[in-house]
Design a protein around this ligand. Structure first.
Ligand code: NAD
Length: 255
């Protein structure tokens, strides 16, 4: 049984594309897949940072890595990202729609351009990359992993638009899973609580004393907590799991 589980977590024949992978959770997700043997596409709007991260991951784990500069909110760029991955690495088995932007701002102070950016990256980015990748994933036991956030519940003033985009990702995950299951494609979603990344650095520092109190496990998350869940859901160990959202949030909120 344990051997079978170990085999299931071997990605050595697989190509994995992680968006927003230059830093933060995405970087650790990409590194974890590389550690599991996958060839990894480090895709990010910051092409230079993606190149640096891809090189570091390749050097650390001895796997093939490819950096791709992409704005996931642009459907043509998303399609080009998938085409490049397939041309350079021979196919695509796993798409991780990690790219997302939050940026706390009360709704009444926000403008349509702010909504475009947040929904553009967090929701349209997921739709664009998934649409581009699906033809590659069909019949390869392909996997899509989407991202929600605890903010989807609507409990975080300042994150109304971001939370709405993340709620949409949950719904999209469930419906798409039903549409593509018979094509051999699984679609799941992770829903992190607060995780220590460059995006949350200032917030985490400001509320260092209070934040752990909201978590049953007395701490906020680290990128590796989310990466472990993503790798599991993408693996054959999760072969009969689809349409699910896995909360990776240390028991948020215990109050
Ligand atoms: P981060 O800001 O540290 O990293 C995000 C990466 O995405 C950056 O490298 C950035 O350049 C890239 N990116 C931004 N816009 C892009 C675009 N248009 N196209 C391609 N790449 C783009 O973020 P993080 O904290 O690591 O979050 C990663 C994911 O996890 C996001 O979807 C976020 O919403 C979600 N999440 C994070 C937390 C948290 O507490 N950190 C909690 C819940 C959900």
């Amino acid at each position: 049984m344990l051997e079978a589980f170990e085999d299931a977590l071997d990605f050595s024949e697989q190509v994995v594309c992680v968006t927003g992978a230059a830093q933060g959770i995405g970087e650790t997700v990409a590194a974890s897949f590389a550690e599991a043997g996958a060839s990894v596409v480090v895709a990010d709007i910051d092409a230079d940072a993606a190149a640096t991260t891809a090189e570091a991951i390749g050097a650390a784990h001895g796997t093939e890595t490819l950096a791709v500069g992409v704005d996931v909110s642009d459907s043509d760029e998303a399609r080009a990202m998938v085409e490049t991955a397939v041309a350079e690495l021979g196919g695509l088995d796993v798409l991780v729609n990690n790219a997302g932007v939050a940026g706390a701002q009360r709704f009444r102070d926000s403008e349509p351009e702010d909504w475009d950016r947040k929904i553009g990256v967090s929701l349209y980015g997921t739709l664009n990359c998934t649409s581009a990748a699906l033809p590659e994933l069909v019949d390869r036991s392909g996997v899509v992993i989407n991202y929600a956030s605890s903010s989807y519940r609507g409990n975080d003033p300042g994150l109304a638009v971001y939370g709405a985009a993340k709620a949409a990702n949950r719904s999209f995950t469930k419906t798409l899973a039903k549409e593509v299951g018979s094509d051999g494609v699984r679609v799941n979603c992770v829903c992190p609580g607060t995780v220590r990344t460059p995006a949350t650095e200032a917030f985490v520092e400001q509320y260092a004393d209070e934040l752990p109190e909201s978590y049953a496990l007395d701490r906020i998350g680290e990128p590796a907590d989310v990466a472990a869940a993503v790798v599991f859901l993408a693996s054959d160990a999760a072969a009969w799991i689809t349409g699910e959202t896995l909360h990776v949030d240390g028991g948020y909120s215990r109050r």
